[in-house]
Design a protein around this ligand. Structure first.
Ligand code: ZN
Length: 71
């Protein structure tokens, strides 16, 4: 499912949603003000969101489980 970016025409908020192609413009409401007067920006196919902290979930971490206890 592609990630679409929307901009609210009422409060100028920007948000992103995963939508299927057929639902891309259907019933999208601004999470900030609830307005459905939103405009879809160009679809951003993942990757390269400048001010976003992605990478939740997959991989990373591996803290703990190490070999500590050098006593
Ligand atoms: Zn809004």
């Amino acid at each position: 499912m592609p990630l679409y970016e929307y901009r609210c025409a009422s409060c100028d908020d920007r948000f992103e949603e995963f939508r299927s192609f057929s639902d891309a413009d259907d019933g999208v409401a601004c999470p900030a003000c609830g307005s459905e007067d939103v405009k879809r920006q160009l679809a951003a196919f993942a990757t390269s969101s400048p001010s976003g902290s992605g990478s939740r979930g997959s991989g990373g971490g591996s803290c703990g489980g190490g070999s500590r206890g050098f006593t």
